[in-house]
Design a protein around this ligand. Structure first.
Ligand code: GDP
Length: 365
């Protein structure tokens, strides 16, 4: 499964947030095969469409899809030189598919900040620099090898060399590899380098309780947003402390509490959905009287592969996918009405599944 790693300097609220994640934890009964790793938090992906489909179909049970966060142990300066937890930290980052970088944007005199004062940009740069230096080392090694081949006029090597030089230049300017613009042909070389700074990043600005409803006055958040734009990254705001309180509540209490705070959706729910999208994940649904269920697929997956998410037999024996979009189904009111309105399509092997598709797979066993 794809996973998003949570990183951040000490005392930024990382553990508070990760605890909220594990406590919010997905109904484990639905995932009997998931290993219990204390560094992994599995959460349900909040999706109001699932609720609407449940009302429409009235099934025996409803099962949301889930998503994994991985807590990455603390970083210290000098990680790229193998100090302290350094190398371990980098190898953990290598294993995740996206990075949620928590930065402290709350002022609290009682909580010491490692570098003296609250300075989110300096915090971001501390971690980013370690990643950039590690990548620079990988790129230099690769350049040496590829450079020799390129001199011998090896075509592939010449192409890769070009990309490597571009990436090196960016890294030397302290810019992550994800900011490097490459052509469609060059993408494969960049991907093949498996660089840490190629991974998609989400900055999670951890704000104080006073800013939770409206972060527009928070100067730190403003700085993070400006930085993220140059860094080709996204930003979301949460208040980790409040999130850790919200997870203790049941659904009704949660709704009331959010209303009191003046927010629509909890920061944690926003974080889950943002990380999900960041990884290029999307959701399709199955909707039968037994079960209405959300399933995760990667954007760009075709119908048989999506069927394989449910069971490998479904992929092997795939015949076709009876498909209706969530919007069309909702507008029609029932599956029968959607069929009568001609909204249910019979899609074949080449069909690219879309987010929100409601699918019934036909297959041979
Ligand atoms: P970590 O070292 O990054 O894992 O940080 P912790 O989660 O342990 O948080 C460090 C301290 O900051 C703890 O005392 C938390 O209670 C506090 N803290 C975390 N998030 C918030 C927040 O949103 N607001 C305030 N005021 N304090 C917070």
């Amino acid at each position: 499964a794809l996973t998003a790693g949570i990183v951040g300097l000490p005392n930024v609220g990382k553990s508070t947030l990760f605890n909220a994640i594990t406590q919010a934890g997905a109904e484990s009964a639905n995932y009997p095969f998931c290993t219990i790793d204390p560094n992994v938090g599995i959460v349900d992906v909040p999706d109001e469409r699932l609720q609407k489909l449940t009302e429409l179909v009235n099934p025996k049970k409803t099962v949301p899809t889930h998503f994994e966060f991985t807590d990455i142990a603390g970083i210290v300066k000098g990680a790229s030189k193998g100090e302290g937890l350094g190398n371990k930290f980098l190898s953990h980052i290598r294993q995740v598919d996206a990075i949620c970088h928590v930065v402290r944007c709350f002022a609290d005199d009682n909580i010491t900040h490692v570098a003296g004062g609250v300075d989110p940009i300096a915090d971001i740069e501390t971690i980013n620099l370690e990643l950039i230096l590690a990548d620079l080392e990988s790129v230099d090694k690769r350049l040496e090898r590829v450079g020799k081949l390129a001199k011998q006029k090896d075509k592939e090597a010449v192409y890769e060399h070009e990309v490597l030089v571009k990436v090196k230049e960016a890294l030397e300017n302290e810019l992550p590899a994800r900011t490097v613009e490459v052509t469609d042909e060059q993408v494969k070389y960049l991907k093949g380098m498996h660089l840490l700074t190629s991974k998609p990043v989400l900055y999670v600005a951890n704000v104080g309780e006073e800013d939770v409803a409206d972060t527009s006055d928070n100067e730190f958040v403003k700085q993070v947003r400006e930085f993220a734009e140059k860094d080709n990254a996204e930003v979301i705001t949460v208040c980790a402390k409040i999130e850790s309180e919200i997870v203790e509540l049941d659904a009704d209490e949660k709704a009331m509490f959010l209303e009191e705070l003046g927010i629509q959706e909890s920061g944690l729910d926003q974080l889950i959905r943002a990380a999900y999208n960041l990884l290029g994940l999307a959701t399709y649904f199955t909707a039968g009287v037994q079960e209405v269920r959300a399933w995760t697929f990667r954007t760009g997956m075709k119908a048989p592969q999506c069927a394989g998410v449910i069971h490998t037999d479904f992929e092997r024996g795939f015949i076709r996918a009876e498909t209706v979009s969530y919007e069309d189904l909702l507008a029609a009111g029932t599956m029968t009405a959607a069929k009568e309105a001609g909204k249910v399509r019979l899609e074949g092997k080449e069909y690219l599944v879309k987010d929100g598709d409601v699918i019934h797979f036909r297959f041979n066993v």
